[in-house]
Design a protein around this ligand. Sequence first.
Ligand SMILES: C[S@@+](CC[C@H](N)C(=O)[O-])C[C@H]1O[C@@H](n2cnc3c(N)ncnc32)[C@H](O)[C@@H]1O
Length: 548
Amino acid sequence: MSTIRNQRLKGQLELTWTNKDQRLLSHGEDTYEWTTPDDYRVSEVRLLHDIATVGETHKDAERAKDNLLIRGDALHALTSLKELPEFAAEYRGKVRLAYIDPPFNTGQMFEHYNDAVEHSVWLTQMRDRLTQIHELLADNGSLWLHLDDSEMAYCRVILDEVFGRQNYVGTVVWETDAGRRNDTDISTVQDYILVVAKDKSIWRKQRNLLPRTPEQEKRYRNPDNDPRGPWLQGADSTARSGSDALRYEVALPSGRTVVPPKGVFWRFSRENFDRALAEDRVYFGKDGDGMPIVKRYLSEVQGGVVPRSLWLASEVGSNMTAKRDHLRKMFPDLPAFATPKPEGLLERVIHIATDPGDIVLDCFAGSGTTAAVAHKMGRRWVTSELSATNLADYTRPRLEKVVNNEDPRGITASIGWQGGGGFRVMEVGPSMFEADEDGGILLAEWATNGAFAEAVCAQLGYERLGAESRPFSGRKGRMRLAVVDGVAGDTEVDFLVSHLADGERLTLVAKAATEDAQDRLRTLSPGSRLRTAPRDLLRVRSHGKAAQ
Ligand SMILES: C[S@@+](CC[C@H](N)C(=O)[O-])C[C@H]1O[C@@H](n2cnc3c(N)ncnc32)[C@H](O)[C@@H]1O
């Protein structure tokens, strides 16, 4: 190994791309715009609106505790989960597993296709969503990023940047297709799932092993009727490497003495061997004349097997089985959803990475496989989908069928799923800001009265208060938020300050303020402040919380 001394090392390994330092805004389902990171539209916190509930759900005041199907761009949905206090309390730092299967839209995003731009759009979106997911993950959480050959290598480097190289766990190779295509150079039959942990040292102690298959169990037998039960057969007691200390003589019950052949060593030290003898756990063959085997009992080994990195279609299903055997049968009158993943694949991911009751996130829902499997496995889930059509045609009806026990396929039978539970359908709200023709920013027309107050709470990170707390709309520690849909003057300031309890301060947000309202507020309640919308809200969203 070479040594590097006294050299100043500059830079770090990183992937660069066009506009890496920019952010991307999506408009609708297929139009994008580059902008700077301090553009308020990047960090604006959108409201989540209730659309419907399905099955059993909590009451509205506790809606964040429900399973959530959110219509909207993952960027906004993740920001809302992270920043809206009622959702942040449930999700920030609490998601145990994020499995995402993002699309690669080559040639579809721009009218005039340009690979460098297309690629940059994709990488920028991924980097930004991975960064958001990182904040949502629990310390014992992990991200499983499903990709095909085209982006896997690039994303591995981005994951290092976002999660830290030390938290890379491994890459699962999933056999997507058990067949072969003869019209190409090399017939690709695999996808990749890159697995990273929020903190690998914690994750590895808490992740689950896979259950032993019947074949693996069969390797444990009990030919000598040992009362301690079956033990591992075929275990070889010698190894090809070791030290001379591992080449000692062993006396067999038959009277013969054995030493491993030249270049071969015992797997156990003399001390461990003597201890095993004393515990009567050494097997010398049925005639007492075989090479010694130190028994490993089934009852003592860890409760399962470590997953291998190669997952075959015969074990977890393929793209084709998901389409043909599940979704086509579930939706016979619709064109088959293009890229559903088999439930067996998600079952394995969810089994390894979570325990019952944990939260599973998938911000690229598609046909809803992740949520459907998480639901059947007794996990909580939150999933978002950009396409209103996909959500209406596939995601929502599929999840309704799961709740109503009308989905007999996938893992339903093997797991004994019988229906139940429920979820909430939500929608990412529109922006509270609008640009006029000259580029000036105005409040959107809908931002009036209660809706205005709710949106202000969201931008400033205040917990929303109900009608019983009037005249205040929000709370953050000892700070109260009051929102005036109009001009704030002395009358409003006097009235609001008179409602503050001892030690409380006021943030007053209004659409405009009289000249001396700010001074009056400061005099009556030192530490309180007056802000006008949209100007001061934009400043907060562009420059972070410090500006509040
Ligand atoms: C490859 S599919 C996911 C398939 C899914 N794993 C399944 O088993 O059905 C990707 C999905 O992400 C959705 N999508 C694309 N861009 C999105 C975005 N910015 N936010 C949320 N969803 C998005 C697409 O509409 C598509 O349904």
